[in-house]
Design a protein. Sequence first.
Length: 170
Amino acid sequence: MKIAGAATGIVFFTRTGHTKRVAKRLAQALSADLIPMRAPQYEKGFRGYMRAAIDSLRHINEHTPQDFESLTDYDRIVLCAPVWTSFPAVPLRGLLHGNVALPSSVSLFLTSGAHSPTHKAFRVAETDLGRSFVAKASLPNDWEGTPKEERIFARFFRDLDPAQGIAAAL
Ligand SMILES: Cc1cc2nc3c(=O)[nH]c(=O)nc-3n(C[C@H](O)[C@H](O)[C@H](O)COP(=O)(O)O)c2cc1C
């Protein structure tokens, strides 16, 4: 699956919009395709929230079928998802546990409410993937629009592509 010939795909899951905001910014800076993930069982509202929390705590990482079956047409993929109960959100874990083929360059950008440190979520996601991410970042919701957000993005772009990082962040 490739939408417009971009080298980078930004695959994101969002319930309430914070991760979509991050994904859009990444797509713009990297001239990348935006690829939303569907998981209607976790839609907005109390039922969706409760199911998200319970499935996350129980490690129910079933793969929800997506509009794509492979992402290997891209040179690199950036996965974006929220933290749920200290883990990467279930739809992301489902993707990593499923049969979706990925390129060698895979990175991860998490959003969080900052109730908990994100190192556990990164560790779990790397275990699910079976290898390390090229670049990793996490943005607490409270840091949106602040200089801290700028620093997080700058570091992420530098880790993603050391030669191009500074130019992409500008
Ligand atoms: C079920 C559930 C569990 C969550 N658990 C955590 C958590 O353990 N730590 C944290 O910092 N934020 C937690 N959050 C907050 C989200 O990570 C945060 O609001 C995120 O930015 C939401 O992204 P979205 O707007 O793209 O859905 C949780 C949110 C939900 C829905």
